[in-house]
Write a protein that binds this ligand. Sequence first.
Ligand SMILES: Cc1ncc(COP(=O)(O)O)c(C=O)c1O
Length: 358
Amino acid sequence: MELPPFEHLLYYEKVHGARLNISYSNIREFRLDGFRQRLPKDLDLNWTFRNGTSELRRLIARRHRTSPNRILVTTGATEANFLVNASLVRPRDRVLVDSPIYSPLRDVPRGVGANVLEIARDCDDGWRLDLDRWRKTAGRRARLLVFANLNNPTSTALSRGDLRELADIAEECDGHVLVDETFRELAFDDTPPSAAEFGPRMIALSTVTKLGGLGTLRVGWIVAAPDSIDRFAQLKDYTTGGGSVLSQTIATWALGRWGFFVQRAKRILAVNRKIAAEVLREMPELRGEVPLAGTVLFPHSTVNVAKLANRLLKQYGTVIAEGRFFGVPDHFRLGLGGDTRDLRKGLANLRRLLRSMS
Ligand SMILES: Cc1ncc(COP(=O)(O)O)c(C=O)c1O
């Protein structure tokens, strides 16, 4: 197994002390006291459940309109992605990956030795999904087809029709479809259905990290057919075993009032979306709308993005995520889920610098 360095994460480590980061994809942090709940004094810190606690799995299953025996709780969506690939994909298998995409979804199958084919979407074509191309490239032998719904970094959605067709393609090539649904519910009233609803060849994964602002809980999950869940759990016995009961208790509180978290995210995004749309109109060097769904946008820049990011950091202490992390170097990612004042300041810095560089 040979995994390439996770460049995006390493970059965030490097710039951690910067004053403003306007590129994060999460909704801003939620703090423990926001729950107004106390951890039970007699919480057993010795024993943990292999597939996750039953109450947590019940709550997750409800969000995917499925049953708890199709849920495996993992250490974040990060472990979920790793388990699916390491269980299903063998060296030289064909894996098709939507592009642009959050890099681990492309690089973990590469790391396990797959022949990864990126199916690029075109910004000038509104990031349109070309399912005929997917069908042709999958042929009769693709092992795995990989998406994020909503996509990170473009926030585009897979529709019910897309998912149905992808399930057919998986049947034709005797493979599986993996859909990272970390951002799915951030489409609010237009939330697409979970891939889990479309049969045994469809695998969904998700997490409390982004919508909840609860990243350090490290609670994610996989939704799949029970026999696939068994395979993933067998591998998890060697990665984390059972997850932290402390984290799962707090994640259970969060999922027990997920409607509150969805509304909180909606409120934050509504304000920030408006600000970003206004400022974007004053930046002719950038092309790309503020999407109606999701937490991120991915504009094209006529100014060199590497130079822009570098000077923005050095002169203004402001961080953006270069498009090279997603395989598209003339774009960059902005995040809309953070503190509104920070976003305003960061965008003003960006506008000032773009003017001076164009
Ligand atoms: C699409 C996507 N999936 C998964 C993750 C990571 O999730 P977790 O914190 O649960 O490991 C991210 C983080 O940026 C992401 O963008």
